[in-house]
Design a protein around this ligand. Structure first.
Ligand SMILES: [Fe+2]
Length: 89
């Protein structure tokens, strides 16, 4: 694998880190039901963790001479709380 290919793979990972962070924020804000109250708070913690991952991957890409992307991979939304959690897995 060339350095350019490795940077491209890191950028693809970066897109997924962003997507996870965005999806977790959206799900935390829209998940409903008393049984999901604690899970909503946990999703926000995970969202922040994903952004830390994004920062680390961005630094790696930059250190290798690449340019970190700002593109975001596929996010999934649902009106159903149980489905949201399945999407988050
Ligand atoms: Fe991550």
């Amino acid at each position: 694998m060339t350095k350019e290919e490795f940077i491209a793979e890191l950028n693809k990972d970066l897109e997924w880190e962003y997507a996870a962070a965005v999806q977790y924020v959206q799900h935390a804000a829209t998940i409903t039901g008393a049984e999901y109250d604690a899970i909503g708070k946990e999703l926000l913690i995970h969202s922040n963790e994903e952004m830390i991952h994004a920062q680390k991957v961005s630094d790696m890409i930059s250190d290798l001479g690449g340019v970190p992307v700002v593109d975001v991979e596929e996010r999934k939304v649902s009106d159903d709380s149980k489905t949201m959690l399945e999407q988050d897995l």
